[in-house]
Each structure stands twice: as C-alpha cells, then as structure tokens.
Design a protein around this ligand. Structure first.
Ligand code: 7PM
Length: 297
C-alpha cells in the first residue's frame, strides 16, 4: 500500500492519480492578492476536485523561461490565501509549488500537505524547513535555472545524470531527517532538457522509478509536445494524454495536469487494464504500481 500522509489527508498512490495544476501567478489570475482572484482560484480547485483530482498543486512562482524572480513575501501573499481556502473547503491534500523555505512554512501553516520543489530543496534552509514541517516532498530534477535552462542543455547520459541527482537529493533528505516514505521523485520534463533528452527520459522512466520513491511527472501542455505535434499550447490535450499514459505504463503514479477530467479518464483506462491483467502490460515488465523497494526502506 502506498498511502502518503499529507498533513492528515491521505494520498493513495496504489493506482495512478492526477495532481491538478492551480497557478496563482500574475499571468494566470491577476496576482492572487484580492478577493476576486481568490474566488476564481477556489472555483477552479473545486472543479478539478469534482473532476477527480487527488491533490491540487498551488504555485505562485512562474518557472517560465525568462520569468522575473518573485520575492518570498509576494509569493506568500499569492499562495497562502488560496491554500487556506482550498484546505478549508475541499477534502483533498494541497501541494505548494515553491523552492523558498519561508513559503514552505507559511503554506504548511495554512494547510498545505505536500511540498513540490522544482529545485529539490537545494535553496539555503529548504531542506531543514521541509524536515521540520513533516510533510512529504517532491524532489524534481532541473539543469540550470528557469531563466536560462533551455539555452543549450547538455548531458553525457541524461537518464544516469537525472537518476544520480535524484538519488543524491534523496540521501540529503534522509540525512536531514526526512524519511524515505515521505519522498516523491520527478525527472523534471522540460527543465533544462532538449526534446531528445525529454524523450529519452520518458522512454527510460522505469530506470528512474527503480530508485524506489513514487514518481510524479509533469508533461501537461509542455513544449516537447508542441515540438512533436506542431501544436500551440492550447491544442496539446491529446499529446498530453498520450504522454501521461506512456509515463504511467513506465511506473509514474502521480500525473501533474491542467486538464483534470480528461487525464482522470485516460488513467482510468490504464488502471482497468492493469487490474484485469496485472503485469501483462508489455511496457510494465516487472513493475507493479503500489509496490517498490521504497516500501522496504
Ligand atoms: C512555464 C514553464 C510555466 C514551465 C509553467 C511551467 C512541473 C512542476 C511545473 C513538473 C513538478 C508547467 C511548468 N512543472 N512541478 N511545476 N513537475 N513537480 O508546465 O514537471 O506547469 S511548472
């Protein structure tokens, strides 16, 4: 059984689940600071939960290439009211997409039950904050920083390097007092990666799953899907669903997605297949959802 305790709310990863994306950046809702923004964000969260999202990921720092950095106080002002409102009104766990220890603390105090950090707790104080807060953490791989990461990303062996990075950050977490059972991993599709790097990681995702912790993937609407299909960001739903299924076939158990209803249906098809003939999916080989060496750690 893979039940993750997210500050008292459970996230059951025995079968693949959807994490609904809720951006609270100035380019989504105006800036998350006023009542209309808050009401709109809450309505969006409610809709995603009705559509079957198992967790809502609230992010106030845009990681878009070239985005201006956001101060901790601004980020707190954007995300905390939204997290508090969702936690008060909806039954699912709330995740906070942040790298800053001050934001992690404020978010968990407001009711967040998972820390989703694209910098894998590398900012000063982040590891200690996450350990103190006692909620699960998602460690993501990124090469470089959002403003420059797509300027010539390079690897000798992208799968080996992403695996080594994640395994090093897992060790750092455990040394800081975060138990293995409170860790999720994410290869960070699109974060300092060319199309070939992204496709190699997707094809070899099982090598990352073999590290043990549950795998989260974010592929929804990403530019790699635009590069493959030739479609703009508004027309990438089919590509996103295909990519989500390829990822769950290779061991992903949490899919971060904008189009929750459609992604939930796509994952239901994969889960039905798996339930009818466990282990028969050719891409799954020996992999079983809900089981891994992490359970023995
Ligand atoms: C601009 C560029 C806007 C990139 C938004 C994004 C991930 C994440 C994001 C992911 C985890 C997006 C990204 N992506 N957290 N946060 N994994 N764990 O496409 O892939 O949503 S932001």
């Amino acid at each position: 059984m893979r039940l993750l305790d997210c500050a008292g709310r459970s996230l059951d990863l025995a079968r693949p689940r959807v994490m609904g994306v809720l951006n609270v950046t100035p380019d989504s809702f105006s800036d998350g600071g006023d009542y209309l923004d808050l009401a709109a964000a809450l309505r969006r969260a409610e809709l995603m939960v009705e559509q079957g999202a198992a967790i809502i990921d609230v992010g106030g720092e845009s990681t878009r290439p070239g985005a201006a950095p956001v101060g901790a106080q601004d980020e707190i002002r954007r995300v905390v009211p939204v997290i508090a409102a969702i936690a008060a009104r909806l039954p699912v766990p709330v995740s906070v997409d942040t790298s800053k220890p001050e934001v992690m603390s404020a978010a968990v105090a407001a009711g967040a039950g998972l820390i989703n950090d694209v910098r894998a707790l590398q900012l000063p104080g982040a590891l200690e904050a996450a350990a103190d807060l006692g909620v699960p953490v998602c460690l993501m791989h990124m090469q470089g920083e959002p403003d420059t990461m797509q300027q010539g990303p390079a690897y000798m062996d992208v799968v080996a390097e992403v695996a080594a990075f994640l395994s090093g950050r897992m060790a750092a977490c455990m040394a800081a007092g975060i138990p293995a059972g409170r860790i999720l991993l994410d290869p960070g599709f699109g974060f300092g990666k060319t199309l070939t790097h992204n496709l190699t990681l997707l094809a070899r995702l099982r090598d990352i799953a073999a590290l043990g912790p549950p795998l989260l993937v974010g592929l929804s609407r990403k530019s790699m899907l635009g590069a493959i299909t030739g479609r703009p960001v508004t027309e990438r739903l089919a590509g996103s669903l295909a990519a989500a299924l390829l990822a769950v076939e290779r061991g992903a158990v949490l899919v971060r997605a904008h189009d929750v209803a459609e992604t939930v249906d796509a994952l239901a098809v994969a889960a039905a297949l798996h339930q009818t003939c466990p282990g028969q999916d050719p891409a799954a080989e020996s992999h079983r959802w809900g089981e891994s060496n992490a359970d023995q750690l």
